[in-house]
Design a protein around this ligand. Structure first.
Ligand code: NAD
Length: 491
């Protein structure tokens, strides 16, 4: 049987269809190792062309000069079309990333929600008028940068892309989007839907390519005026260094090793359920995964017994099976990395309480599955407690009191998120203020609101996405003074 032609990408009015022998990116279905699709692979030369097409579109198209409510109409329409194609997009997502069906639907809903939210922001955005201090008035206007680059990881395809494209377009920019080479297909669908919804050509160009060539070419390109990156901390550091030399702003959403705290006065049943969804949701492939569990000593044994028993019952399965609670990891290499970290933890003296292996179910043998794993007996300074594993691996540590847990929770290079379970509201407030993290959850975990800013402290990033902060990230401020003098100005 002849292999299907790789999905092309669009450079302005032209399609890059790729010829025989041209490089492609092959997306592998993590559930069974089959080919989920191939796409034509962009090159650094395509970056050059895309940058000039995007500038051309930015300058010639009325987009940036439209009234914000007119831009909003297109953004609403993109959101509507995403929902109209909810199921086919979720199916493609499931093959591309291996996420369970319900999560894939959620990714599409969230992508649509971002376009609708930023349409509403366009409708309601107000510039600032300063009160006059003389015969003039002054105002601060939000202006687009021009052409910006958005670079995304593989763990939440279409949602991550929408989280960047929607506010960047709302602010009037042209966007060059490079999705992860692991999951390149959804971004191309997003670009198609944007065009069909009436977004002028050249304002969103997707370049499916690898990080070291296409990603690096985007960040270093003199025509790119701002970079928005989500991914690993080391990649973010390298991108930040280039952006620093070029004096362009970089929004960096990076890794995490988030503490999840259970105090002795918590509703322990709810806490255990929260801890499990915090680490095993998305098979732990979540930047905000609650991967370091701290349990107060007096309830440590009770909590661990309940956690281990419920983790044993967790249903690891194929993504399309409605009973599946945890699907595969994104690739064989990533599964091996996660398994390697469990070996490191064993070597550091950790005790594997549950999991720590591939599942025995023959139906899962062709995919990149790993059992939900809980390890204790480690010191907080152990590598398994300090490095981001990005898989279904929870390390558990006991603590004495509030001061002890705050010190241990903050003893990390990361600062993305944290969670706690307690019945004491005064303590919840104190600890929430002491924890060094961009998001803190009290008696809940991984809740996410589109209008609530999101981002990291410390090595977890710079800048905030979502909410009004999301629009500000993609805007630069211009102050305009308007003179009303009746007399000529004196010296
Ligand atoms: P990664 O850093 O390996 O890759 C992310 C993206 O950067 C990919 O598109 C990749 O091709 C590109 N890239 C790689 N090298 C580059 C370079 N030199 N220049 C430009 N681009 C380059 O990350 P990943 O493995 O795809 O994703 C997992 C990581 O993402 C985890 O660390 C996770 O915590 C993080 N993440 C963070 C958030 C957040 O909002 N803070 C959200 C999701 C994922």
């Amino acid at each position: 049987m002849e292999a299907p032609h790789p999905t092309p990408f669009r450079l302005g009015a032209q399609w890059r269809t790729g010829g025989a022998g041209d490089p492609v990116i092959t997306s592998i279905d993590p559930a069974d190792g089959s080919v989920a699709g191939t796409v034509v692979r962009a090159t650094p030369a395509d970056v050059d062309q895309a940058v000039s097409l995007a500038w051309d579109a930015f300058r010639r198209q009325p987009w940036r000069k439209l009234r914000p409510d007119q831009r909003a109409a297109t953004l609403y329409e993109i959101g509507r079309r995403l929902l109209a194609e909810r199921e086919p997009l979720a199916r493609l997502q499931m093959r591309d990333s291996g996420k369970p069906w319900k999560e894939c639907l959620h990714m599409v809903d969230s992508a649509a929600g971002h376009f609708r939210y930023y349409a509403a922001v366009c409708e309601t955005w107000q510039n600032e008028l300063t009160s006059p201090r003389g015969e003039y008035f002054s105002m601060a206007l939000a202006e687009p940068f021009g052409v910006i680059a958005a670079i995304t990881p593989w763990n939440s395809p279409i949602m991550n892309e929408a989280q960047k494209a929607a506010p960047a377009l709302a602010a009037g920019n042209a966007v060059l989007l490079k999705p992860s080479e692991e999951t390149p297909q959804l971004a191309l669908e997003l670009a198609r839907i944007c065009t069909e919804a009436g977004l002028p050509e050249g304002l969103l160009i997707v370049l499916p390519g690898h990080g070291e060539d296409v990603g690096a070419a985007l960040v270093g390109h003199p025509g790119v005026r701002m970079v928005s990156f989500t991914g690993g901390t080391e990649t973010g550091r390298a991108i930040g260094a280039v952006a620093g030399r070029r004096l362009i702003p970089a929004g960096l959403e990076l890794g995490g090793k988030s503490p999840h705290i259970v105090f002795e006065d918590a509703d322990l049943d709810r806490a255990v359920a929260g801890v499990m969804s915090g680490i095993f949701g998305s098979a732990g492939q979540s930047c905000v995964a609650g991967s370091r569990l701290f349990v107060q000593k007096s309830v440590y044994a009770r909590v661990m017994d309940a956690l281990v028993a419920r983790t044993r019952e967790l249903r690891v399965g194929l993504p399309h099976d409605p009973a599946t609670q945890m699907g595969p990891l994104v690739s064989r290499a990533h599964r091996d990395k996660v398994a390697g970290y469990v070996d490191i933890a064993r070597g550091e003296g950790g005790k594997v309480l549950v999991g720590g292996a591939m599942p025995a179910d023959p139906a899962l043998a062709r995919g990149w599955f790993y059992l939900p794993t809980i390890i204790d007996g480690l010191d907080n300074r152990a590598r398994a407690c300090q490095e981001e594993i990005f898989g279904p691996v929870l390390v558990a540590l006991p603590f004495d009191d509030e001061d002890d847990v705050v010190a241990q929770a903050n003893d990390t290079a990361f600062g993305l998120a944290a969670g706690m379970w307690t019945a004491d509201y005064a303590r919840a407030w104190r600890v929430a203020r002491e924890i060094e993290a961009g998001s803190v959850w009290i008696n809940t975990y991984k809740q996410s609101h589109i209008a609530t800013p999101f981002g990291g402290f410390k090595d977890s990033g710079l800048g905030r996405e979502k909410g009004l902060h999301g629009l500000r990230l993609y805007s630069q401020v211009k102050s305009v003074y308007w003179g009303l003098h009746q007399q000529p100005m004196g010296l």
